[in-house]
Design a protein around this ligand. Structure first.
Ligand code: NAD
Ligand code: WQD
Length: 346
């Protein structure tokens, strides 16, 4: 059974490809490598001892999608591809609407044309806007505070309308909280280009000596220690969540949103201290002003994913830190690291 994975060379997509291949699915990746590297595909193959068919093309070109659907018998699509940097989306909104929204529209049109109506979509906890009534269940009013978030919200609405118009579709909208960690082999992980936008890659780059100190965005929030609290979830748990969602869309029809988070929140300082413990290194930090648009606390109510998909996150904070650290240490320059250190590969 072939599964089309758009964005399969990216951070979450690559870990999901490994899990799909290990579960016996055939995987076809569509990824233009705008935010990823050819090397990741080699490593997915090394980890699974299986071939991955990769189209290095832009998903926004409908002709490219049509060609792929003509050539392969695709059962379902997992749609990760898109742009995800919040700050960049504020500076370049058109790029975000064009890529994320147009990409999803092109994909759904081609899927409908080829009668492939099973879709797992990468949404985000960003659709909860500035809501802080934690833990967040799926059925609260949605909003967005930046163009990136609005693209996710728009796509969620589009998917709801597609299902309303044609109830033979089956769509899972997965709202990830804060994905962190890496494959336990240390062979694949998160490889941000330039300055990391997110906390954990920033911490690991400080730990490995690439950056001087972590800059904490505010310590005057109404939280346990004044710093922001988030629901960090191991990327391997997320990957497993996609398998569960895929199984569900293959077996049913409907459109459903699911939170993928642990249901627990950790503060920025707790994250720094957890990494200090795992790395055995001191992680210097300084405190600056709050980052515009940040909320004090965000964590999931993951009960729906557990009840309907049978999914729960199993890996704890220590495991998230250990795996993120192994990846960073073995690949200090990400996939561009010239001679990857394989010494910790089991
Ligand atoms: P990523 O940037 O690592 O992966 C996205 C992939 O899409 C990249 O490999 C990129 O090259 C590819 N891509 C971008 N534009 C493309 C195009 N026009 N055609 C083909 N491929 C294209 O991001 P990720 O962290 O793996 O996120 C995957 C999805 O999950 C994204 O949709 C993102 O918005 C969403 N998400 C991510 C997070 C997070 O914190 N990482 C949280 C919530 C939701
Ligand atoms: C986590 C905490 C920061 C960096 C973002 C997107 C969201 C989703 C996940 C895609 C916050 C603090 C951070 C730093 C810091 N992505 N922080 N110093 O903001 O919860 O979510 O990624 O969908 O849409 O907005 O994650 O990792 O940026 O921040 O103090 O250098 O760490 O203020 O409290 P966030 P993050």
């Amino acid at each position: 059974m072939s599964i089309l994975v758009t964005g399969g060379a990216g951070y979450i997509g690559s870990h999901t490809c490994v899990e799909l291949l290990n579960a016996g699915y055939e995987v076809i990746v569509l990824d233009n490598l705008a935010n990823s590297n050819q090397e990741v595909l080699k490593r997915i193959e090394a980890l699974t001892d299986q071939k991955v068919l990769h189209y290095q093309r832009d998903m926004c070109h409908q002709g490219v999608l049509e060609e792929i659907f003509r050539r392969h018998s695709i059962e379902a699509v997992i749609h990760f591809a898109g742009l995800k940097a919040v700050g960049e989306s504020v500076a370049e909104p058109l790029k975000y609407y064009a890529t994320n929204v147009m990409g999803a529209l092109s994909l759904c049109e081609v899927m409908a044309h080829f009668n492939v109506k099973k879709l797992v979509f990468s949404s985000s906890a960003t659709v909860y806007g500035s809501l802080e009534n934690v833990p967040l269940p799926e059925n609260v009013p949605l909003s967005a505070t930046n163009p990136y978030g609005r693209t996710k919200l728009m796509i969620e609405h589009i998917l709801n309308d597609i299902y309303r118009a044609d109830p033979s579709w089956s769509i899972a909208k997965l709202r990830y909280f804060n994905p962190v960690g890496a494959h336990p082999s240390g062979l694949i992980g998160e490889d941000p280009h330039g300055m990391p936008n997110n906390l954990v890659p920033f911490i690991t780059q400080v730990a490995v000596g690439k950056r001087q100190s972590v800059i904490i965005f505010g310590n005057d929030y109404d939280t346990c220690d004044g710093t922001g609290v988030r629901d960090y979830v191991h990327v391997m748990d997320l990957a497993h969540g996609h398998l569960k969602a895929l199984k569900s869309v293959l077996e049913t029809t409907g459109v459903e949103a699911y939170n993928l988070g642990t249901g627990k929140g950790y503060s920025v300082l707790q994250m720094i201290h957890a990494f200090e413990k795992v790395t055995g290194r001191s992680i210097p930090y300084t405190v600056t002003n709050r980052r515009p648009g940040d909320v004090a606390m965000s964590y999931a109510d993951p009960a729906k994913a557990q009840r309907i998909l049978g999914w729960t996150a199993h890996r704890n904070l220590e495991k998230m830190c250990e795996d993120a650290w192994l990846w960073q240490r073995n690949n200090p320059d990400g996939y561009a690291t010239e001679v990857p250190r394989w010494d910790n590969v089991s």
